[in-house]
Design a protein around this ligand. Structure first.
Ligand SMILES: Cc1cc2nc3c(=O)[nH]c(=O)nc-3n(C[C@H](O)[C@H](O)[C@H](O)COP(=O)(O)OP(=O)(O)OC[C@H]3O[C@@H](n4cnc5c(N)ncnc54)[C@H](O)[C@@H]3O)c2cc1C
Ligand code: SF4
Ligand code: SF4
Length: 444
């Protein structure tokens, strides 16, 4: 690859806008020549800072580089041979799918959904399966940012419950894992793109593979940029420069589980006013605004390369149950036995979920990340642009059928990227301009 591998990564993935901000490339770079920084759109992306030795590790592990084994090859190799395993095209291989919630302690009240992820991670520690867990939490050294936090005590795991709708780069965590003492066993919670990149890295660097004994994932319906946090902070009444962190999953204050709230907390620890997500117009996530570029070409909804996956049970029966409900997808025998153990001990209340219910629970995410992706890729192809290897087939018919939506997305995205969002006055004009674009788009 010569000494241009880092630049090739930038040219192939970052510059065309296909980076999800996972930070794996910066973490794995042996010459520390890549650094994660925000670009003008407030996406977190790698920048070249030093001499690139040309090792090509960054390119090999990047989930969007098209290098190495595909998601399907990796997941089939890990789980395709297991007894009792089944497969859904949209969800990958799995042994069991169950819906319900954690019963004891404060997992459910603190968790984003049914608290199953925190319960599971706690169990992994208590049963001595891993010595520590790495999952997302506020970055104490850099207020307004999030990082991977290492926890060894079950109570600390619970303190990190909730969803981080902000890029969480893995670069520092990667370096920290490599300098852990011999014999350490870790469990990592990664979004699907990071999980896939980590799987590729675990093959390249066997020590990493020995250390990560259990990889968990969250179902993912697009990752917002830092700009989304600035917007939420203003809506919450906290200036972005004074924001310490955001609790993205404050429970709803009405019987509608989908209307959870965001609340920004100032650097002095003062909470702003909660913002109901349904009060934020659909132009945001639904139109791909405030979204890391890579997410708009991502076709992995269910973390297909992770041992276990946690998600919201977005099903009609739970629509009014604001205590929260999860679906847990187990791909490995170890994950399955941990979850089944929780059911027999009465720590979790779960029942089997049929494949059709699993897909129904993610119908919106599947529409954006699988169906509309066919149209997005067809448009890129028509413009003669290259894009990362994907599993969905480009289809111009999908683009044409949704052309009005795609054109509105483009206009909104441009406005959202360009409008300042630093002051409450900025917020007012932002709302006006974007609101008008929405009305005009709907009229066309
Ligand atoms: C960007 C994003 C998009 C999502 N999209 C969907 C979706 O479309 N459909 C759906 O059903 N679910 C989605 N989820 C998952 C959902 O928000 C919950 O995280 C999931 O249901 C687990 O809830 P829980 O109560 O079981 O977990 P909790 O008990 O709340 O524990 C969650 C664990 O995940 C860790 N974590 C949270 N955010 C991150 C992150 N960004 N990176 C790494 N670790 C993290 C926390 O540190 C904690 O350990 C998304 C999550 C994220 C972060
Ligand atoms: S997706 Fe991850 S590995 Fe790829 S360029 Fe972006 S930060 Fe680096
Ligand atoms: S949508 Fe895909 S690329 Fe974006 S954060 Fe989620 S898993 Fe990663």
């Amino acid at each position: 690859m010569g000494d241009s591998s880092g630049r090739l990564l930038l040219a192939k993935v970052v510059e065309p806008g296909f980076c999800s901000g996972c930070g794996l490339c910066a973490g794995i770079c042996p010459s520390s020549s890549l650094m994660m920084e925000y670009n003008g759109k407030k996406e977190l992306v790698p920048h070249i800072k030093g001499h690139c030795s040309g090792c090509a590790l960054c390119l090999n592990v990047c989930p969007f580089s098209g290098e190495g084994k595909s998601i399907d090859e990796v997941s089939e190799g890990l789980y395709g041979h297991l007894p009792g395993v089944g497969r859904l095209v949209e969800a990958g291989w799995f042994i069991s799918a169950q819906e319900g919630h954690a019963c004891r302690g404060d997992f459910r009240s603190k968790g984003a959904s049914g608290g199953m992820a925190s319960w599971f991670l706690t169990k992994v520690l208590k049963d001595g399966i891993a010595d520590a867990v790495l999952s997302a939490g506020p970055d104490k050294a850099r207020p307004g940012s999030w990082t991977f936090v290492r926890t060894e005590k079950p109570e600390d795991v619970v303190s990190l419950a909730g969803s981080v709708y902000h890029p969480v780069p893995f670069d520092e965590a990667f370096r920290a894992i490599m300098s852990e003492p011999p014999g350490i066993r870790l469990s990592v919670v990664a979004l699907p793109c990071l999980a896939y990149g980590l799987r590729k890295a675990m093959r390249k660097i066997p020590l990493l593979g020995e250390r990560i004994v259990l990889l968990a994932s969250l179902t993912c319906g697009l990752m917002p940029t830092h700009r989304y946090s600035e917007y939420v902070s203003l809506e919450s009444g906290v200036l972005p420069e004074e924001m310490g962190y955001i609790n993205f999953r404050l429970p709803p204050d009405e019987p509608d589980s989908g209307n959870y709230r965001h609340v920004a907390i100032s650097r002095d620890g003062v909470p702003g006013k909660p913002v109901s997500v349904k009060g934020i117009p659909d132009f945001l996530w639904g139109h791909g605004c405030f979204i890391q570029g890579g997410c708009l070409v991502c076709d992995d909804v269910f973390g297909e390369t992770a041992d276990v996956v946690f998600m919201d049970a977005w099903l009609p029966e739970y629509a009014r149950d604001t205590k929260g409900n999860s679906i847990v997808l187990c791909r490995s025998l170890l994950a399955d036995s941990i979850v089944k153990g929780g059911v027999s001990s009465g720590e979790c209340r779960l029942r089997e979920t049929a494949g059709e219910r699993l897909l129904r629970s993610q119908v919106q995410t599947l529409w954006i990340k699988r169906l509309l992706l066919q149209g997005r890729l067809a448009k890129l192809e028509a413009e003669g642009l290259e894009y990362p290897r994907r599993r969905v087939v480009p289809d111009m018919k999908v683009y044409r059928e949704n052309e009005k939506y795609f054109l509105l997305c483009e206009r909104l995205k441009k406005a959202v990227e360009e409008l300042p969002l630093e002051t409450f006055e900025d917020l007012e004009s932002f709302r006006n301009i974007v609101g008008h674009l929405m009305v005009d788009g709907a009229d066309q």
